[in-house]
Ligand binder design. Structure first.
Ligand code: HEM
Length: 392
């Protein structure tokens, strides 16, 4: 269940939403026990208490790396020091503040028209292809690269090798969050390590955000680590969400009709999408001390897996948990972006990208037939759709 938690009841219980256990002990594929937290209130409690539940394990590999893969990473001088999501230390606020400045709402808003024009052009091309009866891949055409193009403009990565960034980001999500065998780990370690080397060069000389991090006196390893995280978190998550949302909307004709006649608000659609189709389905914390959670004893060192996707469907906070009803009571109370001091700093950017896409691309979705829905590989945390093919 841990690796496909978007499609199953927790802990293989097979029970309906109203009967989920609040917390469940789940043993993973390598025999490690995790405490899975399903309820909105408890997930929120953990996220907002970084003293009791530290973020240190956020980027730990869920499949422990064998020596051969570790050697590959070491040969590339790969390191992931605490920077952002995995940083419970004193340096976190200052690093976060620089990222937040680069992603300031006015800077994000300034990208909207540029993105809308680009999406409009893409939609016109896809629409023309659909008119001829050809199948089109909406993931490749509308979701895969757009967030990276915007991020590159915001944090000054003008010459970023886009295809290489995408490949590296997906390799990283697999290496750290998927159940893997040793051969695959070694191959992924080589890919991630190679890219890390490129990042080190860029971090030493680049402009924009990396220059700001350097000037503020953060050590080179920290600049690279922050950039590494941002290049994954700042674009792959949103790409995944855009495809999840487009796919969901093809199955929601009433919502598409509402978007057409203006009775449904685009921002409400995006929030309901985040609630029901979050690209990050779980997030981890580690218990710093012996404690209890919802009446369950939690020894220090326990890996706590927060089921963000489940929290969004908790009947305690949302009126019709499993239905896609934009604007319904509780719709915006999802935890797709986390909560507390580590809450996603790119939420406004992700929302801007998603509202722009829905506004421009929703008309394309009416009347299409899904030829091939996205496939989602096993992963503790990320959805990682590969393609989404439709035909008119
Ligand atoms: C739909 C898209 C996205 C989702 C669902 C998402 C979700 C999340 C989640 C769940 C966390 C962990 C929060 C916590 O520990 O409480 C997080 C952290 C973070 N996200 Fe996002 N994210 C998205 C897009 C973005 C974008 C576009 C950026 C930047 C360009 C970004 C940058 C970050 C950063 C830097 C952190 C670490 C914050 C910290 O530790 O202070 N994310 N995100």
């Amino acid at each position: 269940m841990l690796f496909r938690s978007w499609e199953q009841a927790p802990a293989g219980t097979g029970v309906g939403v109203a009967h989920w256990p609040d917390v469940a002990r789940v043993v993973d594929h390598v025999g490690v026990e995790h405490l899975l937290v399903t309820r909105h209130a408890l997930v929120r409690q953990v996220l907002t208490d970084p003293t009791t539940f530290r973020p240190d394990n956020a980027l730990d590999a869920v499949t422990p790396m064998p020596v051969a893969a570790l050697r590959v990473l070491a040969a590339h001088r790969f390191r992931l020091p605490p920077t952002l999501a995995n940083n419970g230390g004193a340096s976190h606020p200052a690093i976060r503040a620089l990222i937040a400045e680069a992603l300031h709402p006015t800077r994000v808003a300034a990208q909207r028209d540029w993105l809308a024009t680009l999406v409009r052009q893409r939609v016109a091309g896809l629409s023309a292809a659909l008119d001829t009866g050809a199948p089109v891949d909406l993931h490749a055409g509308l979701a895969a690269d757009l967030p990276l193009l915007v991020l590159a403009r915001l944090v000054d990565l003008p010459d970023a090798p886009l295809a290489a960034v995408k490949e590296f980001a997906r390799a990283a999500l697999e290496l750290f969050w998927a159940p893997l065998d040793a051969d695959r780990q070694q191959a992924l370690a080589a890919e991630v390590g190679r890219f890390h080397r490129l990042l080190r060069e860029f971090a030493a000389t680049g402009d924009g955000l990396v220059a700001a991090l350097r000037t503020a006196g953060h050590p080179p390893d920290v600049v690279v680590g922050a950039l590494f995280f941002l290049l994954v978190a700042g674009q792959e998550t949103t790409s995944q969400f855009l495809t999840l949302l487009l796919h969901r909307l093809t199955g929601e004709p009433a919502v598409l009709a509402g978007l057409r006649d203006g009775s449904v608000d685009v921002a409400d659609v995006v929030e309901e999408g985040l609630r029901l189709e979050p690209p990050i389905v779980t997030w981890r914390r580690v218990a710093a001390v012996d404690t209890t959670l919802g009446g369950t004893v939690v020894p220090a060192g326990t890996s706590v897996v927060l089921w963000l996707a489940g929290a969004g469907r908790d009947p305690a906070v949302v009126q019709s948990p499993d239905e896609f009803r934009p604007g319904q009571r509780g719709s915006r109370r999802h935890l797709a972006f986390g909560a507390g001091v580590h809450r996603c700093v790119g939420d406004q950017l992700a929302r801007m990208e998603a509202t722009t896409l829905v506004r421009e691309a929703a008309p394309l979705l009416s009347g299409v037939r899904v030829l091939r829905p996205p496939h989602y590989p096993d992963n503790l945390t990320f959805r990682m759709p590969d393609a989404f093919v439709v035909r008119r």
